[in-house]
Design a protein around this ligand. Structure first.
Ligand code: CP
Length: 329
């Protein structure tokens, strides 16, 4: 395994290998073995051009638990603010001996460019690139931690070795701006789950008809008639909207009325169903406090699972990789 750029690149075997490796990592953590020597002497650079709390901290935690050295690089306060290009930033990181670069960027495709440009060295000691979220494109480790969480709750024996066949997942909200939705549609379908996107027509991307999932404009109909096993609420990304009224159509009030997850809608779900959100949440907009904090909510657990999944990704890219040597995972 060389890079982790997109959930769409993962085969079912690679996805299950990542999830099973994450299960092993989670087991070491729960046995109080906090630190493994696996990546001693390796350097992981966290290169963040966009804000992040969960992804940045969990990649840092994951790398440190594998004994790697970690360099945190934020565009704010760096020479990027003086106009330095992605290429020159990458050349600098390569000169400093990075073994892996975890990149979050506002531009869709930036991690792909880093991985395939040769700026990070292509022969001898290739640097692994892990996409930590690029524009509205992909967030592969988020979809892996989501699949890991779904498997733990809804597949017998915590799902080890298993795919997600037979499960139904509703992904609700601002699909248009969501790299989380795109990554999850790709990975959940690869793992055999059925997916329905629920969104106002104004927040669905052009071409969504060709995605491997169903779409609905009605959250009430989807919850009542389809009975999903998991409901994944998406953050309304107002910072990526432009135009009149902040580009937010329908209005926030109308959005919450038609697409917000609240107590009434929770009661429509099957008893075993779980409530998910990648975070950060807009409480009171796409999800009520009662739904976010309900016993069905696995939102905090998703964050914890992010560490195990990112440990697995770093491990397979930097120390493992026997199943897909030389290819991107
Ligand atoms: N889910 C997610 O990517 O959260 P952060 O933006 O806090 O990393």
């Amino acid at each position: 395994m060389k890079h982790l750029l997109s959930a769409a690149d993962l085969s079912v075997d690679e996805a299950i290998l990542l999830l099973d490796t994450a299960a092993q990592m989670a087991a070491t953590q729960s046995r109080e073995i906090k630190k493994l020597p696996t990546l001693r002497g390796r350097t992981v650079v966290n290169l963040f051009f966009e804000d992040s709390t969960r992804t940045r901290i969990s990649f840092e935690t994951a790398a440190k638990r594998l004994s790697a050295d970690v360099i945190n690089f934020s565009a704010k306060g760096s020479s990027v603010s003086k106009g330095e290009s992605l290429k020159d930033t990458a050349l600098t990181l390569h000169a400093m001996g990075a073994d892996a670069v975890v990149v979050r960027h506002w531009a869709s495709g930036a991690p792909h460019q880093l991985a395939h440009s040769g700026w990070l060295g292509s022969v001898g000691n290739p640097v692994a690139v892990l996409n930590a979220g690029d524009g509205t494109h992909q967030h592969p480790t988020q979809s892996l931690l989501d699949a890991f969480t779904i498997r733990r709750h809804l597949v017998p024996d915590e799902g080890v070795g298993r795919d997600l066949k037979g499960l139904k997942v509703a992904i609700v909200g601002d699909v248009l701006h969501s790299r989380v939705a795109r990554s999850n549609v790709n990975l959940l379908r690869t793992l055999g789950a059925e997916v329905t996107l629920v969104s106002p027509p104004t927040l669905l991307p052009v071409g969504v008809e060709s995605w491997p999932c169903a779409t609905s404009y009605s959250l009430d109909d989807t919850l009542r008639d389809w009975q999903p096993d998991a409901v994944m609420m998406l953050r309304v990304q107002r910072e990526r909207m432009s135009g009149g009224a902040g580009g937010f159509f329908p209005s926030p009030l109308e959005y919450t009325r038609r697409y917000g997850l609240d107590q009434r809608r929770l009661a429509m779900l099957p008893e075993h169903a779980i409530v998910m959100h990648p975070g950060p949440m807009n409480r009171g907009l796409e999800i009520s406090a009662q739904a976010a904090d309900s016993p069905r909510s696995v939102i905090v657990e998703q964050v914890a699972n992010g560490v195990a999944v990112r440990m697995a990704a770093l491990y397979l890219l930097l120390a493992g990789g026997s199943s897909a040597e030389g290819t991107s995972i």
